[in-house]
Design a protein around this ligand. Structure first.
Ligand SMILES: [Zn+2]
Length: 300
């Protein structure tokens, strides 16, 4: 059947429009790509890895008591709020909820989930291996939990045990250094569920803060151990803070929370930029793995 030239032109235009629409349906544009790993389609994941230049965030929290006034997931809720906002400012992919860290010292409190030491390490290794297999060649672990502060540098050191084609970076700062004129904390001690953490929750999830309950327990240091400086024992935390509360959440304010959260988001954003710009770590890792295979050939 012959169709007129005009009809042919209209048909062509319609086909082109349909083609564009189909492409749009198959793949999101760069700007609309979610930073949430679990929200992407498989095809969009591919595009997201390209856009992120292989840079992925693993916000790391825990399930533990947070004084009498904050939710069990406080660390994860706060660190994900900061990480997701940072990843939106400088695009990076954010791994789903991860709370499989070190928390033996709160096993006596309801709601704490404490996995075995072996599982903590092997799950973290398998998680970063799987992230890397999916294109995350730069993995930035953003720590939201004080109890992970020994685990994470140890985990990073174990990267050198066998060759890996990716680099693990750890960002572990949650509180800004004191700055003149900026909102300051009033508390003399603020180690867990205290002023800073409560203030940040007032930004991340204000609906979960029960500040009126904060004074119902003491977060003061009980000083129940007297060991010389430089001596470490695992029971130190329980000795000082048996109720797993260290500070005073009652004095927290939203203004302090905004200041601390903005600083945290900004710091993570800058770290993403530094990680993206780092081309040396992987090169040096590979050089090291190679030399470690034949140490007698290493130049003296
Ligand atoms: Zn916490």
């Amino acid at each position: 059947m012959w169709i007129s030239f005009n009809r042919a032109c209209i048909l062509l235009v319609l086909l082109v429009i349909a083609g564009f629409a189909a492409t749009g349906r198959a793949q999101a544009t760069e700007q609309t790509l979610s930073v949430h790993w679990e929200e992407l389609t498989s095809a969009d994941f591919n595009a997201a890895i390209q856009r992120a230049h292989g840079t992925c965030l693993l916000p790391f929290g825990i399930l533990e008591k947070h004084g009498p006034h904050l939710p069990l997931g406080t660390d994860l809720l706060n660190v994900r709020y900061a990480s997701l906002h940072a990843a939106e400012k400088n695009y990076a992919l954010v791994f789903p909820e991860y709370y499989f860290g070190q928390i033996f010292e709160a096993r006596h409190e309801p709601g704490t989930v404490a996995y075995s030491p072996e599982l903590q390490l092997s799950l973290l290794h398998e998680t970063t291996d799987e992230m890397a297999r999916n294109g995350c060649k730069k993995i930035l672990i953003v720590n939201g939990h004080g109890g992970n502060e020994a685990l994470l540098p140890y985990f990073a050191q174990t990267q050198l045990a066998k060759p890996r084609d990716y680099v693990v970076y750890i960002f572990d700062a949650r509180t800004p250094p004191p700055v003149k004129g900026a909102p300051q904390e009033k508390s003399t001690i603020d180690l867990h569920a205290g002023e800073g953490e409560t203030a940040k929750m007032m930004i991340a999830r204000p609906d979960l803060v029960h500040q009126d309950r904060a004074p119902s327990e003491s977060g003061a240091d009980q000083h129940r151990l007297n060991l010389p400086a430089g001596v470490y024992t695992g029971i130190w935390w329980y000795a000082r803070f048996p109720d797993h509360y260290a500070g005073d959440g009652a004095v927290a304010t939203k203004a302090l929370g905004k200041y601390q959260m903005d600083w945290w988001i900004d710091s993570i954003t800058k770290t993403i930029a530094a990680v993206k710009a780092d081309n040396e770590s992987l090169k040096l890792q590979n050089e090291f793995y190679d030399e470690a295979n034949h140490p007698l050939d290493t130049k003296q």
